[in-house]
Write a new protein. Structure first.
Length: 69
């Protein structure tokens, strides 16, 4: 039951992300073959700084939704 609740919270957190943030998290952590950061920000057409800021925001949002922070 606890695991099911975590999945629900994770899905909710992913829905709250903007499309770029969601793509970053999916490519980096949720796909079977994970990609490295360089390939992700090149694929998304982002500059390095913008990519890492979006990634940081996404991780913070997920942590907040999961009551980690």
């Amino acid at each position: 039951r606890e695991k099911k609740m975590k999945v629900i919270h994770m899905e909710r957190a992913l829905r709250n992300l903007d499309s770029i943030e969601r793509q970053i998290i999916e490519k980096k952590y949720l796909e079977i073959e994970r990609q490295n950061d360089i390939n992700i920000y090149l694929d998304l057409g982002l500059q390095k700084t913008a990519y890492y800021e979006k990634k940081k925001q996404a991780i913070f949002m997920i942590a907040h939704c999961l009551n980690i922070i």
